[in-house]
Design a protein around this ligand. Structure first.
Ligand code: SF4
Length: 234
């Protein structure tokens, strides 16, 4: 991944952030100093001044390196993953996700609090279609495309048997990483798509908006995890 020239302060910051992560990943799969998306790199830069206690860098995947289940979200939330440095951790988004993963045996606890809290995933890993927090939670199409190379490499280095896409953007990013035509596989909650090397399961995103409006309920999300569990046990 091409990287813009890093300032000295950013280089120091990069070293600090690498030590503040749950686990290390090969640079082809994740780069904590990546600045390939100028708008997102600038957003990080300004947030380092406005929110100095936040992680404020690309957020790495989290979980079992050899997992059969890969969960793909959209992007870090400003005061969630972008604050703690772990996907779906620190804000409302992770509550339904991790409590359900715990219920189905993929997590050792129902709540993920922060890096170093002892929370762990088993046979599951969480990653994002876009590794950097976007303004207003909305990545640009170009940013999704640029960041897709990391996701593609994650599929190649740590191939899953099942992939859970949280929302349409994640669904499209997974199809792109798998080299599949977008029009051949329509997104739908609880839909399943056989992509050859793995099966793709869709769910509405576990966002606060979706859960508070009832678009995604706990039984709806548990049904998808139940389908995945059944598939992996077959
Ligand atoms: S979104 Fe991905 S490609 Fe873009 S700067 Fe962040 S890590 Fe790099």
């Amino acid at each position: 991944m091409a990287k813009a020239k890093l300032s000295e302060s950013l280089l120091n910051f990069e070293v600090w952030q690498a030590g503040a992560m749950d686990q290390q990943w090969p640079s082809s799969l994740f780069d904590v100093g990546c600045t390939a998306c100028p708008r997102l790199a600038e957003f990080h830069e300004s947030n380092r001044k406005l929110l100095p206690g936040h992680f404020n860098a690309p957020v790495p995947p989290f979980g079992d390196v050899n997992a059969e289940l890969l969960i793909v979200g959209l992007a870090p939330g400003l005061n969630g993953a972008n604050r703690t440095g772990r996907p779906f951790t620190g804000d409302f988004c992770g509550e339904l996700l991790y409590s359900t993963l715990n219920k189905f045996g993929f997590a050792n606890r129902p709540v993920s609090v922060a890096v170093g809290d002892g929370f762990a995933l088993s046979n599951a890993r969480v990653s994002n279609a876009v590794k950097c927090v976007p303004p207003q939670n909305k990545p640009l199409p170009s940013e999704i495309t640029i960041c897709n190379s990391f996701l593609t490499n994650e599929f190649a280095l740590h191939p899953p048997k099942a992939v859970l896409a949280l929302g349409l953007v994640a669904h499209q990013a997974v199809l792109k990483s798998a080299g599949q035509r977008q029009s051949a596989f329509k997104f739908g909650h609880a839909a399943q798509h056989d992509l050859g090397k793995f099966r793709l399961f869709d769910s509405y995103h576990v966002s606060r908006y979706n859960t508070q409006t009832g678009r995604l309920t706990t039984p709806m999300f548990e049904r998808v995890l139940s389908d995945i569990q059944e598939f992996l046990k077959a």
